[in-house]
Write a protein that binds this ligand. Sequence first.
Ligand SMILES: *Cc1c(COP(=O)(O)O)cnc(C)c1O
Length: 394
Amino acid sequence: MTLQFEQAQRIKNLPPYLFARIEKLVAEKKAAGVDIISLGIGDPDMPTPEHIIEELQKQAAVPVNHQYPSSVGMLSFRQAVADWYRKRSGVELDPATEVVSLIGSKEGIAHISWCYLNPGDTVLVPDPGYPVYSGGAILAGAEPYYMPLTAENKFLPDLNAIPAEVARKAKMMFINYPNNPTGAVAGEEFYLAVIDFAKEYNILVCHDAAYCDMAFDGYKPPSFLQFPGAKDVGIEFLSVSKTYNMTGWRIGWAAGHPGVVDALGRLKSNIDSGQFQAIQYAAMKGLTGPQDSVERMQKVYRERRDILVDALNSMGWQLEKPKATFYVWAPVPAGYTSASFAEMVLDKCGVIITPGNGYGENGEGFFRIALTVEKDRMMEALDRMKKNIGTVKF
Ligand SMILES: *Cc1c(COP(=O)(O)O)cnc(C)c1O
């Protein structure tokens, strides 16, 4: 007899998986032999640069790397991160106390809530947003307060719209620029306002900079840590995943406020044993080695972005070209919800787009396209959309 186990409340509290229905439809289409083009998944489609792979191969053969690593990362890895910050953003970090390695930044983003949130605590979370912010907080028993990211406010949270009693209760805030899913970027004025807000209400700021080096047209996204006072109020999460096509390698870091870095490290020492040292060496190679691959990738995504946005605009959209990330965030035409539009596009065109409501209530009415598909396939998808959908109205 198979026993039935009652799941813990924290698992039951997790929100329903919103992409289940579209995934079922995709499976049906595939079974029926339809050639599906996915513009859904934000995962680089090109390989990791050669010199990084070679470093992994070399380091994988070194016996000391076969042993348990440190859960906070090799000091040399943390030093490489600190050097990278100094060079890129003029930020000074003490590698021993202000940087902790992560098994991908997702790991740290999920775990930070365990360090600072008690059951019932309030955490400020962008909506739409990367689902791990609320997921990690809910697992810790905390309650997300969703900050709407609206087109009117350029997809930045309106800090003045957060009720004072919510701000006073809030312990932590997640922000993410360049932003997934909206492709929005943030500048100095916003970051300074966030730092002021955090100081006024004693809120720990967690900035997710996953796309900081995926920017176009000469734009260079700032690091949160480069603004005065940032290190007093928070940390930045980052990884080599998006910049160097290394999503499968699982290596990232958190940097900034030493007390917060210490807490994450203590939590991790009770949960994991860090990342394979050979992978840490490979990531160091990425950070310290030649950067021409980054420019090459930026060019590839920029070209795809231009093709995609021009095609959608020729169908009736009025989109601006995002300055960063490999996402295009667009409103659904009149008469559709996010889900019904995504289903229609799948049904009529065999093209997968991501319904915006999967990123939160305020994503309703939008869809996300990822530029992580070869140009020819993307153009084929756009041709199908032009042919089978035609001109759209809003
Ligand atoms: C991809 C992504 C991450 C993290 O990726 P890791 O591979 O875990 O470092 C974090 N935040 C956002 C918004 C992302 O899109």
